[in-house]
Design a protein around this ligand. Structure first.
Ligand code: DOR
Ligand code: ZN
Length: 346
């Protein structure tokens, strides 16, 4: 087995950059390896209009170190008040690449999300017409639905009915965590794809709960049992173009993670490529890494693949920082709890 692997430069099809000092600290961690990323709009307040997306994009570009290049692919946060004409104009001008659906209350800063899907019907129909993809946080929020069942129930009760009612709507099932989602994506046509995070390929729910609560492994959708992780791993390493990387790297200060009511999110931007190379090698699928990180995403989003490359080399375990500093706070880097022999060397 070779100890060097050159692949097209990867993209991250689901990323939280936040804003201000936090963005300044985390943006280089992504831009170092990734050419582009789909930027999540769940700021406080959220990015809901084309005008919001334009100023947020400009803040991202202003925060980018001068020696790095990176293209933020902007999204709008779908609300019950979203104006279909504003969506269409932002899409036509090339400002936005997708629209994000958060069911109200599903996760961090999702209070403005959708409660009554009838109120977003016109927006979804316009998106189907113009080919603007919908990125979906696929969890129901009904209090009577167990948190480990929320993704599977969402597929039956919300996602499938929306897709039946809106022919042609292009959908990304984001950060899938279950074999149910893998099966649904596998049966779908060309208008559906699914992203998989780095951390959901590594952890199952035992990592969060056995031997004490591990707040840094808590994210949403929450990691499920091992059989689901194995289904995600099989999908990611299968070469099926419907599955591609969206890290959902979601930084929070440690004070917000290690708290009586801790925030959801794993910060995987710095070491994602090393982790993925290790995971794919262990699955005997290093030859499928490039498809997952660099080819399948552009194919779905109808964007060109990146022309430059990165090279990963294998050697003594890499040492990533355990934390990244932001002002007087720390953000903990996701720890896969296995050595990372692969590093991006060029
Ligand atoms: O774990 C998560 N963190 N899941 C999400 O859906 C949101 C994200 C965040 O913004 O922190
Ligand atoms: Zn996210």
């Amino acid at each position: 087995m070779s100890d060097s692997l050159t692949i097209r430069r990867p993209d991250d099809w689901h990323l939280h950059l936040r804003d201000g000092a936090m963005m300044q600290a985390v943006l280089p961690e992504t831009a170092r390896h990734f050419a582009r990323a789909i930027i999540m709009p769940n700021l406080m307040p959220p990015v809901v209009t084309g005008a919001d997306a334009a100023v947020y994009r400009d803040r991202i570009l202003a925060a980018l170190p001068a020696d790095m290049s990176f293209q933020p692919l902007m999204t709008l946060y779908l609300t019950e008040n979203t104006d279909p004409d504003d969506l269409a104009a932002a899409h036509a001008s090339g400002l936005i690449t997708a629209v994000k659906l958060y069911p109200a209350g599903a996760t961090t800063n999702s209070a403005s999300g959708v409660a009554n899907f009838d109120n977003v019907r016109a927006a979804l129909e316009r998106m189907a017409e113009i080919g603007l993809p919908l990125c979906v946080h696929g969890e129901v929020t009904a209090p009577d639905i167990d948190i480990f069942d929320r993704e599977a129930v969402f597929i039956d009760r919300v996602l499938d009915p929306i897709r039946q009612a809106t022919p042609g709507l292009r959908v990304v099932m984001e950060h899938i965590t279950t074999s149910d989602a893998v099966a649904y994506a596998r049966e779908a046509g060309d208008d559906l794809s699914a992203t998989i995070t780095t951390h959901h390929l590594v952890i199952n729910r035992n990592h969060i709960l056995v031997g004490g609560i591990r707040p840094h492994y808590y994210c949403l959708p929450v990691a499920k049992r091992e059989s689901h992780r194995l289904a995600l791993l099989a999908a990611a390493t299968s070469g099926d173009p419907r599955f591609f990387l969206g890290t959902d790297s979601a930084p929070h200060p440690d004070t917000a993670k290690i708290a009586p009511c801790g925030c959801a999110g794993c910060f995987t931007a710095p070491n994602t490529m090393s982790i993925l190379a290790e995971v794919f090698e262990n699955a005997d699928a290093l030859d499928k890494l490039e498809g997952f990180t660099s080819l399948h995403g552009p194919r779905f989003y109808r964007l060109p693949v990146n022309t430059d490359t990165i090279t990963l080399t294998k050697g003594a375990p890499a040492n990533y920082p355990k934390t990244i500093a932001v002002n007087d706070e720390q953000i903990t880097v996701f720890d896969p709890e296995f050595p990372l022999h692969w590093r991006v060397s060029g």
